[in-house]
Write a protein that binds this ligand. Structure first.
Ligand code: ADP
Ligand code: MG
Length: 322
């Protein structure tokens, strides 16, 4: 049986040199921040049975645990630098650790985001990652930066992960190919790091967040922080292709209130539409304009003709929404 230290050395301490002044192995890691830059920090805790299924594929889990953290850096517009990993493991399963660390490092290498330390303990399976990123002062995409008259944009498509969950939970009877199409969006989300960084580089401040609990609920966070309201056009929010294929719908399952999308929702002045599109092209990430920020508080939904549409939905609330 591997000791805790052997386990760390074997699966998480890598031979190749990273950017950290001092990585895994001492009491603290040492990083050398780029002079003049601010540090963006975010933590996400994922617990078996709560945030991922018991018996989840370890490689995909390694990817997802880091992806949801990188998504927070993306939503701030920050460049990923490094992360720590706190692991609670029920036992030492070497096959599991091999797969988990492979999934984790494949994504960390893609973003040049180095594992610099962590903690390992025995207990119910849980993974807690803290990421560190860098952002130029004044360029962070803050939730309080939305202004009346600004456009509301989202990246990619919404609802795929929720559709997969509906398939697993049997809320909807999905065709096998539908589930096959939707499932990777749930298990292997793509953090929109390049888009976030391209938006943060634009000269005018924008508000942004990553959509983890459904667009409706998450957009409200921007509205609250910025003390504004919004009108969203119900027809221009792009559902994933597999949603369009789904003829059987149920009220509880909506691409707008689902969760686990990890797309960015951001705002920008109308004068910057071309700049936003150019940023999206440079990041190779599709974006769609879905509404407008209003001075009047509240979130309104209109159809293509501008007529109000009834909206009785909430994003996923971990304490009240189940
Ligand atoms: P301490 O006793 O100071 O908490 P540990 O014995 O827990 O230190 O960890 C030894 C070293 O291994 C530290 O540098 C720590 O950051 C690192 N480490 C522990 N667990 C992990 C992990 N899961 N991933 C990466 N590094 C880890
Ligand atoms: Mg420790």
């Amino acid at each position: 049986m591997l000791s805790e230290f052997d386990l760390i050395k074997h699966y998480f301490r890598r031979a190749r040199a990273g950017n950290a002044v001092l990585g895994i192995g001492d009491d603290c890691a040492l990083l050398a921040p780029t002079p003049g830059m601010q540090t963006a920090i975010s933590t996400d805790l994922l617990i078996e049975g709560r945030h991922f299924f018991a018996g989840a594929d370890p490689r995909m889990l390694g990817h997802k645990c880091l992806a949801v953290n990188l998504s927070d850096l993306a939503a701030m517009g920050a460049r990923p630098v490094g992360f720590t990993l706190a692991l609670s493991l029920p036992g030492v399963d070497q096959d599991w650790l091999e797969e988990f660390s492979n999934g984790l490092f494949a994504l960390s290498d893609l973003h040049d985001c180095e594992l610099v330390g962590g903690d390992t303990t025995r207990g119910p399976l849980a993974v807690c990652i803290t990421v560190f990123g860098e952002i130029a002062p004044g360029h962070a995409l803050r939730r309080d930066a939305a202004r009346a008259g600004h456009d509301i944009w989202i990246s990619g498509t919404l609802g795929d992960a929720r559709l997969a969950l509906a398939g697993y939970w049997k809320e909807l009877a999905l065709a096998p190919d539908q589930l096959l199409e939707a499932a990777p969006r749930m298990h292997l989300p793509t953090p929109r790091v390049a888009l976030g960084r391209a938006l943060a580089a634009l000269p005018v401040a924008h508000a942004a967040l990553d959509i983890s609990d459904g667009l409706i609920g998450d957009l409200q966070h921007i509205l609250d922080a910025s003390r504004v309201g919004a009108t969203r056009n119900s027809t221009c929010c792009p559902p994933a292709p597999c949603w369009r294929a789904s003829r059987r719908r149920c009220a509880a399952v909506s691409p707008l209130t689902g969760g686990d999308d990890y797309e960015l929702c951001f705002t920008a002045p109308p004068a910057q539409r071309d700049a936003v599109i150019a940023a999206a092209v440079s990041a190779n990430t599709p974006v769609t304009r879905v509404g407008t920020i209003d001075a009047e508080p509240g979130l309104r939904l209109v159809d293509a003709a501008g007529q109000p549409v009834e909206m009785d939905v909430k994003g996923w609330d971990h304490f009240g929404g189940e």
